[in-house]
Design a protein around this ligand. Structure first.
Ligand SMILES: NC(=O)c1ccc[n+]([C@@H]2O[C@H](COP(=O)([O-])OP(=O)(O)OC[C@H]3O[C@@H](n4cnc5c(N)ncnc54)[C@H](O)[C@@H]3O)[C@@H](O)[C@H]2O)c1
Length: 246
């Protein structure tokens, strides 16, 4: 299988895209370290993977905090081994009017959506450098490509993720480590259903006339995390049913 022998960390893996990505990487042979703040959800993700014959551990971990990231890496090393694949998926996706966004709200969102992926990349780098092989996939958003009203702060965090991805890809280009990002369009997850987005109304306005499925994002991540993608770095692989063409 494509990811046999690899250890993959997936953040925000308790539900939605993170769960689908964790399941797909495990199905392809990776041993998955599934991280989330939601203990029950992330345990369920690991249970689903092991029930399907895969290998996974669940860690209740805040991927925006350096000390918790260090603990997560240490536990992953002990239980699964050296990390080869990192998928930075955890994020908050709030909607707020621009003038209502306080400094605290802005700081808190950047901490989860941008600082977290940044620190997780730093934390896995020693393993990847030692192996001379690594795959980092950051989940960004089509909101950073198109703009999104009432998401000025969210779209800015995701634009930061894209700029960071390109820059880190260039810095690591000679090391065997690739760094890419996947901006999903509208994908039907609990997160999207909890948002003010009119999922039913959105579908007819999309060229493919449907919202995305979590498996669509997981397939793109699995490709970028594979050996087949070894000459692709700094790339933005849009998965959005034609909503935004780059
Ligand atoms: N669903 C979409 O249409 C869509 C569109 C564009 C981008 N995205 C991006 O895709 C990713 C997943 O989206 P989703 O719809 O599955 O979201 P979701 O809200 O359903 O799931 C996000 C998960 O991240 C976890 N999480 C949040 N903060 C965390 C933290 N500090 N530490 C650990 N875990 C944390 C949550 O507990 C949750 O389980 C996000 O990065 C989101 O911004 C989604």
């Amino acid at each position: 299988m494509t990811h046999s022998g690899r250890v993959a960390i997936v953040t925000g893996a308790a539900r939605g895209l993170g769960r689908a990505i964790a399941q797909r990487l495990a199905r392809d042979g990776a041993a998955v370290s599934a991280w989330d703040l939601n203990e029950e959800g992330v345990r369920e993700t690991a249970r689903l993977i092991t029930a399907a014959g895969g290998q996974a551990i669940a860690l209740t971990c805040n991927s925006a905090k350096a000390d918790e990231i260090a603990r997560g890496i240490a536990e992953t090393h002990t239980k699964l081994g050296s990390v080869g694949i990192l998928v930075n998926n955890a994020a908050l996706s709030p909607f707020m009017k621009f003038q209502d966004i306080t400094e605290q709200v802005l700081d808190d969102l950047f901490a989860v959506n941008f600082k977290g992926p940044f620190l997780c990349c730093q934390a896995v780098l020693p393993d990847m450098l030692e192996a001379g092989w690594g795959r980092i996939v950051n989940i960004s958003s089509s909101s950073a490509q198109t703009g999104s009203a009432r998401q000025t702060h969210y779209a800015a965090t995701k634009a930061a993720v894209i700029g960071f991805t390109k820059s880190l890809a260039m810095e690591l280009a000679e090391t065997g480590i690739t760094v890419n990002n996947v901006p999903p369009g509208f994908v039907n997850t609990e997160g999207l259903q909890e948002s003010p987005v009119d999922v039913e109304g959105f579908a007819p306005r999309t060229p493919m006339k449907r919202a995305g499925r979590p498996e669509n994002i997981a397939a793109a991540v699995a490709f970028l995390a594979s050996d087949d993608a070894d000459y692709i770095t700094g790339h933005t692989l849009s998965v959005n049913g034609g909503r935004y063409l780059n």
